[in-house]
Write a protein that binds this ligand. Structure first.
Ligand code: HEC
Ligand code: HEC
Length: 329
């Protein structure tokens, strides 16, 4: 531990002690939803062998009750979306490909060989990117909620009236009941909403894969060093200090709350901590009024991190929080 992180650690401990004495009032929000850790870093080819439960709803968005999986979303993506959006690789595949694409074949690494044998190389005309956004870019998702993306893909329209094409290329046509997913070695149409969640988190996670192969672990480190004490290793809000706090630290395994939250909101919230007076309009408009009312509490002992962590570390901690809500590479 360098002197800098030592200082930030000491400061955070001080903030925590202070925080526990802050008079707080608000409804505690912590739901003990099921937990499921990503156990393997390798890509899963067969999707949905252990289906995640979904909220049953008659209208609106059916939220996942367990962790959606970007790993399983990869094959859903390749089968349904790559024809317009192009092929996206894992961070490791991307790095390999960039270093090796001009080398003779006998010098390719195993990773690159595998990629080409699956016909997923980025210069493959079949999977060339024809439409925006570039999912590797870091900023396309900041003002989106995963829930709104789910709605856009499922129905062809989001709540702002934005349209997206379905399988026949028609704008405003949804993928509900026509999205293909892999079962064993077969491509089948399942109508299973979890396949939509998986593919939404797959494209979401491309923006982290696009940054660097170490982005996920850097995010994990920033979170572990600063946030574990209250929010817990898995983000369930059950860190060693949680019992002394009211409201309790946020449970990031409240998948519904997190699916209704934007990264720009998380960044603002992490920067300002628990003693803000109003949410800027520019942040408010990225979320629904219901989500702001249900999940956002004022006057808590959440420390303000803007004087403690750099801007870059705070964005990493956004990824750290978010990466507890889905399985990823
Ligand atoms: C027929 C071509 C086509 C297919 C197939 C397609 N998309 Fe798109 N997608 C587009 C276009 C065009 C846009 C840009 C729309 C715009 O900017 O208004 C887009 C935009 C998006 C966006 C960004 C939305 C936003 O709010 O910025 C996401 C996310 C997305 N697509 C996901 C998917 C997923 C997931 C699939 C597969 C299930 C898929 N797309 C299949 C054409 C396609
Ligand atoms: C001193 C304990 C403590 C520490 C340390 C702490 N938090 Fe919190 N955090 C809280 C409490 C308490 C809340 C308020 C919960 C609520 O509003 O329901 C909270 C709320 C949040 C929220 C708001 C979620 C929402 O949707 O409203 C985010 C995001 C968050 N914390 C992220 C972090 C990150 C990232 C770190 C580390 C950099 C961190 N927290 C460290 C106690 C802590």
């Amino acid at each position: 531990m360098g002197p800098k992180s030592m200082k930030s650690k000491l400061t955070s401990i001080l903030m925590i002690l202070l925080g526990t004495f802050v008079l707080t009032f608000s409804v505690a929000c912590s739901e003990g939803l099921g937990t499921q850790e990503a156990s393997s870093a390798s890509l899963v080819k067969a999707s949905a062998d252990a289906p995640v439960e979904i909220e049953s709803v008659t209208s609106g968005i059916p939220y996942p009750l367990g962790k959606p999986s970007a790993l399983k979303g990869r094959s859903v993506y390749q089968a349904n979306c790559a024809s317009c959006h192009g092929t996206y690789l894992t961070a490791v595949e991307k790095l390999n490909w960039e270093a090796q694409k001009n080398l003779p074949q006998d010098q390719w690494s195993e990773v690159t060989k595998q990629l080409v044998s699956e016909d997923r190389q980025p210069n493959n005309p079949l999977w060339d990117r024809k439409v925006n956004p570039d999912f590797y870019s870091p900023d396309w998702r900041f003002e989106k909620t995963p829930g709104e993306l789910f709605r856009l893909i499922e129905t062809g329209k989001d709540r702002f009236g934005k349209m997206h094409p379905g399988p026949s290329g028609v704008m405003g046509e949804g993928w509900k009941n026509v999205l293909k997913d892999v079962r064993g070695t077969q491509l089948v149409t399942t109508g299973d909403p979890i396949a939509i969640w998986n593919v939404v988190f797959y494209v979401w996670s491309r923006s982290i894969a696009g940054a660097s192969p170490t982005r996920f672990s850097e995010a994990w480190n920033v979170y572990s060093q600063n946030c574990n004490v209250c929010h817990g290793t898995l983000g369930k809000g059950d860190g060693p200090l949680h019992k002394s706090l009211q409201p309790l630290p946020f449970n990031f395994q409240n998948y519904k709350a997190m699916a209704e939250t934007t990264d720009s909101f998380l960044y603002w919230r992490i920067s300002e901590g628990g003693t803000w007076t109003s949410i800027p309009q520019s942040i408010q408009r990225t979320m629904t009024p219901e989500a702001l009312k249900l999940y956002v509490h004022q006057w808590s002992s959440m420390p303000a991190w803007k004087g403690i962590l750099t801007e870059q570390q705070r964005w990493l901690s956004v990824d750290g929080v978010r990466s507890r809500t889905y399985e990823h590479e």
